[in-house]
Design a protein around this ligand. Structure first.
Ligand code: BMA
Length: 857
């Protein structure tokens, strides 16, 4: 037999093996797409998944919408209709199957779909999936699939014009789109932030934003496997699975079984007679001594691989492998002597939630690659977070995002996609919302990371506390009543019912923040969004006074660093925070810039130039959020969570984000990583007494030594006290308390720093000043550096002769990462950190810049 023949035999064996186990086939229609503007004739190549804006960029019809002022010239795009089309062939294997369906995983938003000139579907919700039976409508060659997107503006405008009163949508920037006060976002089941936000541009997309696939099968196909974790302890996990199987014929004595694919062990199995159509079969089983799924820092987020199979006549008709984390997870929201608690309990342990609010990573969603998702989630993991809140003005995220959260132990607070608005939730729209909720609750329910479903972001608080209720009642009581009725239907009836029926026991809360039914948020019940520092202009120190059972939002703005600004605002004339370009990338407007400026002047000082402004602004933001996080953690027990606003940006902008659009960590993200460590050492002065509170998230007591030192900024030691302590597990410990006068020997507050250090198996430390930063006499410090080549970059050792505050290292470009940055160096001490970069040593040394706070005056 020659080589060619061997190949043939091998191929034949493979083919016959395949057809013997002929399982469902899935193909993705992602090739040969073209698109055009509805009323014009010229077609251009298109990318699917994609959106109109990115296709226009790729075809060089428009320029980068994020560059300088380009967004403004692109407002015509959402007022046009767009057509996408592809031609595809289907193999015999597919055509021979008894069932062929086309599945659209995401269409944005108002689309009519034609297959070989026949209209097969009309859609009106970007968050839903749409499946259509196309058996008999397809042929082997040249099938034409056409998707006609109607302008969301043209579709929704008449709805707004017909209203007897106006619905609310605070962040909808309709005037920037030339629509004046017409807040059309309230009608479209489309990501709210597309219409603009106080950190985002107004770029209203259309497009096939998630994959289009064809599924073909004969006999039977697993449609869904629901894994319900009925009771989970360290000893045993009782699990119920509900397997949904589509069968195209009666199938007697089918075996449905679930196995542990890694241990190659059948967990549960049942014999069932399948009927033609949709079947739901329950398979129950128990796992003894299960390996539990834990959140980041508390333990390993172990994932089992469950293999669900449908077997008929000794043949596997279909199977589905899914990663499953076994855990018990609930929200404890109980009346107590303070009000009502709000915390997450994982595997029986109360977990203090440490994290951030998450928005979509881009205005053009399909260009969020797997790498970007991975970096975004890993940046949370590496900052010691254990929770992200997927906020309601964005999207129900991609499956991959939740896979990553599962894999790395990030709990997900999942909002339904409603934010800062009041929606006309009745009739067809309410039913559309219900179906959207079912689609997404079913899609996400098996992820161990999903910790709570939340009705909306701030809609209830806005109704009661932003004077919406008063205003509507004053205008017309009947309209106000109608709004509240629609509100209750949506968030107190429809959505909780979907979560109850389909959510596998995941908790639901009607809104964030939420105290109680029909109440605005407060500090002693439920979760709270605290914005008095920042929006309310209160001093940063107020973070130390304010309490909550769970802070689900608070935040402080900054600009991206200079290297990032230069990408979107490269002209010298842009380099002023009030320049037209910088203002176009500051969606909080002049008000927000003035806030940064006034906090800087009150607490820091006037930066000497634009670049210094960006830098000090970041230190200011970092210090502010560090203050808040520490206060919330010190209050552990009463408070059980802190999620700052916000983890990421969707375009380059001045915002509350701790990482900029390009993924670069701002000072805040580095500060957060430290403030979120499993053990936090937090000095705090009140009424002339200095306490050092040590907070431990560890599940076991920790023995160690605490040293509290006071020294002058030139290094002279004033006081040093050391004591051995045992930290109580999972609690906040006041470990040191001393009158300030005794501790500092009456030294000048502008000249000293307190350094507290807890040494156990690791060293945890913190520096604390007794005066505002502008009143501290930071010395003109000399920082020397030593650079050594290491794998993937350089190790940099910096040494300071006196106290160096906020030492910031930078090099050009964005393909680099400083393992640590913006840190303080104690007098005479050194810090070594790594820089990941592809630069040569000499190029690195040419570009390498070190600055500290003292240089910025
Ligand atoms: C919060 C969020 C967003 C907003 C942010 C900053 O309350 O829910 O709506 O972007 O404040 O203002």
């Amino acid at each position: 037999m020659n080589l060619k023949n061997i190949f043939l035999v091998v191929t034949l064996i493979f083919i016959s093996y395949n057809s013997l186990f002929a399982s469902p086939i899935q193909i993705e229609l992602n090739k040969e797409w073209k698109f055009k503007q509805g009323r014009l004739n010229n077609w251009y190549p298109a990318t699917v998944p994609g959106v109109v804006h990115t296709d226009l960029i790729d075809n060089k019809i428009i320029e980068d919408p994020f560059f300088r002022l380009n967004e403004r010239g692109l407002q015509w795009i959402d007022k046009e209709d767009w057509i996408y089309e592809t031609t595809f062939d289907l193999s015999k294997d597919i055509l021979n199957k008894n069932n062929i369906e086309i599945l659209f995983k995401g269409l944005d938003t108002y689309a009519d779909i034609y297959l070989n000139d026949e209209k097969i579907l009309a859609t009106d919700n970007m968050f839903r999936q749409w499946a259509v039976d196309i058996k008999g409508k397809v042929k082997s060659k040249e099938n034409i699939l056409r998707v006609y997107f109607h302008s969301p503006i043209k579709v929704d405008m008449p709805k707004w014009d017909a209203l007897p009163f106006q619905y609310e949508a605070t962040n909808d920037q309709s005037e920037n789109g030339g629509l004046f006060n017409k807040k059309l976002s309230v009608f479209a089941r489309k990501a709210g932030y597309h219409y603009g936000w106080d950190w985002g541009p107004r770029l209203v997309t259309s497009g096939i934003w998630r994959p289009v696939v064809i599924n073909a099968w004969s006999d039977a196909r697993i449609n869904n496997v629901q894994v319900i974790q009925k009771a989970v302890t360290a000893k045993e996990a009782k699990i119920k699975t509900i397997i949904e199987v589509f069968s195209d014929r009666e199938m007697a004595n089918a075996i449905l079984q679930v196995s542990d694919n890694d241990a190659k062990k059948v967990l549960g199995s049942i014999k069932a007679d399948l009927n033609k159509g949709l079947n739901k079969v329950e398979v129950d089983f128990a796992i003894s001594n299960p390996k539990l799924w834990w959140s980041n820092n508390l333990g390993k987020p172990h994932m089992y691989n469950f293999n669900t199979e449908v077997i008929s006549e000794s043949r596997v008709v279909d199977n589905q492998i899914e990663k499953i984390g076994v855990r018990s997870l609930k929200v404890v929201s109980e009346k107590d002597k303070y009000g009502r608690s709000f915390y997450f309990e994982l595997n029986g342990v109360p977990v203090f939630a440490k994290g951030a609010n998450y928005i979509p990573c881009d205005n053009f969603l399909p260009r969020v690659t797997k790498d970007i998702y991975k970096k975004t989630v890993l940046d949370a993991v590496n900052a010691n977070m254990n929770m992200l809140r997927v906020w309601g003005g964005g999207i129900y995220e991609d499956d991959y995002f939740y896979d990553l959260c599962d894999e790395y132990g990030i709990l997900v607070w999942q909002d339904f996609m409603f934010a800062c608005s009041i929606y006309p939730a009745e009739g067809k729209l309410l039913e559309n919302i219900r179906l959207e909720a079912i689609d997404n609750v079913r899609r996400l329910r098996n992820h161990p990371s999903i910790a709570i479903w939340c009705g909306n972001n701030e809609c209830q608080d806005a109704w009661f506390n932003w004077r919406w209720k008063d205003r509507h009642e004053k205008e017309n009581q009947a309209h106000a009543d109608k709004i509240w009725e629609q509100f209750q239907d949506q968030y107190y009836k429809v959505l909780p019912k979907v979560v109850e029926e389909h959510g596998s026991g995941i908790a639901y809360t009607p809104s964030s923040p939420f105290a109680d039914y029909g109440v605005g948020s407060n500090d002693h019940e439920g979760d709270r969004h605290y914005w008095d520092v920042w929006h309310g202009k209160k001093p940063i120190a107020d973070y130390n006074k304010e309490r909550s059972r769970f802070f689900s939002e608070y935040g402080f703005q900054s600009f991206p660093e200079f290297e990032s600004v230069k990408i979107y605002a490269p002209e010298k004339e842009d380099w002023n925070i009030t320049s037209e370009v910088m203002m176009a990338h500051q969606r909080g407007g002049d008000h927000a810039n003035k806030l940064i400026e006034s906090y800087l002047l009150n607490e820091y000082y006037t930066p000497k130039d634009f670049e210094s402004f960006l830098y000090i602004g970041q230190i200011l933001q970092g210090d502010a959020i560090k203050t808040a996080i520490e206060a919330h953690r010190r209050d552990m027990g009463y408070c059980m969570g802190t999620l700052f606003w916000q983890h990421n940006d969707c375009w380059p902008v001045a915002s509350w984000a701790s990482r900029d659009y390009y993924g670069r960590w701002k000072a805040q993200h580095y500060f957060t990583r430290k403030a979120y460590e499993d053990i936090l050492v937090s000095p705090i002065e009140k009424d002339g007494v200095l306490d050092v509170v040590i907070v431990s998230d560890r599940l076991k007591n920790t023995n160690g030594t605490l040293t509290v030192k006071v020294f002058e900024l030139d290094g002279k030691e004033i006081n040093s006290q050391t004591q051995k302590i045992t930290l109580k597990a999972n609690s906040s410990n006041k470990s040191f308390s001393k009158k300030l006068d005794e501790l500092t020997n009456g030294a000048d507050k502008s000249n000293i720093v307190i350094h507290a250090e807890f040494v156990a198996d690791k060293v945890y430390s913190n520096n604390y000043f007794l005066a505002k930063q502008k009143d501290i006499n930071f010395p003109e410090v000399t920082i020397s550096s030593k650079v050594e080549s290491v794998d993937g970059g350089f190790a940099v050792t910096l040494t300071a002769n006196e106290y160096a505050r906020g030492v910031f290292m930078s090099i050009d470009g964005i393909d680099n990462f400083f393992e640590d940055n913006y840190f303080d160096i104690l007098p005479g001490k050194s810090v070594t950190t790594k820089v990941a970069t592809a630069l040569s040593l000499s190029d690195f040394q040419k570009q390498f810049k070190i600055q500290s706070l003292a240089d910025m005056r």
